[in-house]
Write a protein that binds this ligand. Structure first.
Ligand code: FE
Length: 334
């Protein structure tokens, strides 16, 4: 008589094994952050909570178009993307909804999230100065603005102004310096270029290492990736404006979609992403910095040194993006 009972229990456990995750809920996520960076995080959350996560990855503009086209038929509960400029646009296009969460407000500093709660930064990316260590001493470097001075004539390497990272950087310079001064800075940069702007941060780094220029502006994780592969390259990072406004930072981040059918689950997932447990996973995957000030960066990233970051709200990166693009065009920055 015992055997059938045991068999029944085993069978029940098997069935429950399938049923519990369904009860635990599910989420659909559109991610402009690449699959290898987000999948381990989704898997970890599923393991922890049973919540099943479906996802789709694509470029940020494509995902935004898709959300707009799908309207209230969308299956997406969350949008994950990079750059505050892209997050701001998504909010502006009404594909994200406001989320008011004490946990998110506590875990994520003011300047790294939408004042309206429609998007939250989840990792910090520092856009800083990189230099050739054979040609430049760190004491020669000062600020973004200083790269426009005569001293750097034909020594500066930049990525194209078409890239949202540079549009956001110039938008933030606009808030800090006003239009006239910012235009002077950009004109100075253009006058100092040693080569036409490159299509990627990695090409900027490689050309500086090859001696095609002496200094440039890049996101630190590209430096991290390249140095990991080629540790002997004569490159180092410099933290500008440490007596002034600080290093320009941006974020990768997320927001709950306007038509999410699983709003409560989506908010819970967002809150988890801002927690110390998930923050290391999220930032370390791409050698970025956690947004949660309680969490330390990975030791590889920490070894690049501490820096003071610019505290101006990143909402400006989106709001002033058009102005930034216009100004770069006027200044001849291609
Ligand atoms: Fe990038």
């Amino acid at each position: 008589m015992k055997l059938p009972v045991v068999r029944y229990l085993v069978l029940a456990a098997g069935v429950l094994g399938f049923i519990i995750p369904a009860w635990a809920g599910e989420l659909t996520i559109y991610s402009a952050r690449k699959e290898h960076l987000v999948k381990p995080i989704f898997d970890e959350y599923t393991k922890k909570t049973g919540v099943r996560i479906q996802y789709l990855t694509d470029k940020a503009p494509a995902l935004l178009q898709r959300l707009k086209a799908e309207g209230n038929n969308t299956k997406a509960d969350l949008l994950i993307t990079v750059d505050a400029g892209n997050l701001w646009h998504a909010a502006q296009e009404n594909v994200l909804q406001p989320v008011d969460s004490e946990i998110l407000r506590k875990n994520i500093p003011d300047h790294l999230r939408d004042p309206g709660g429609r998007w939250y930064g989840l990792s910090i990316r520092a856009r800083t100065i990189v230099y050739n260590t054979d040609k430049v001493k760190p004491e020669d470097l000062h600020s973004y603005q200083d790269l426009a001075s005569e001293e750097w004539k034909e020594r500066l390497v930049l990525r194209t102004s078409q890239k949202v990272y540079n549009q956001s950087l110039v938008a933030m310079l606009l808030v800090e310096n006003g239009r006239e001064k910012t235009k002077n800075i950009i004109e100075g940069w253009v006058a100092n270029l040693s080569a036409p702007p490159f299509s990627s941060d990695t090409k900027v780094l490689e050309s500086i290492a090859a001696g095609l220029g002496d200094v440039g502006i890049v996101n630190t994780y590209y430096y991290g990736r390249l140095i990991k592969k080629k540790p002997d390259l004569p490159l180092a990072l410099y933290w500008p404006d440490q007596d002034g406004e600080g290093v320009h930072v941006n974020v990768s981040g997320a927001g709950v979609t306007a038509h999410s059918r699983n709003r409560e689950e989506a908010v819970k997932f967002l809150e988890w992403l801002s927690s110390p447990e998930a923050q290391s996973l999220f930032a370390d995957a791409n050698m970025e910095y956690p947004v949660n000030p309680k969490v330390k960066p990975h030791s590889t990233v920490a070894a690049w040194g501490d820096f003071k970051q610019n505290m101006i709200s990143l909402a400006n990166a989106g709001a002033l993006q058009k102005d930034a693009v216009k100004l770069m065009d006027e200044a001849g920055y291609r």
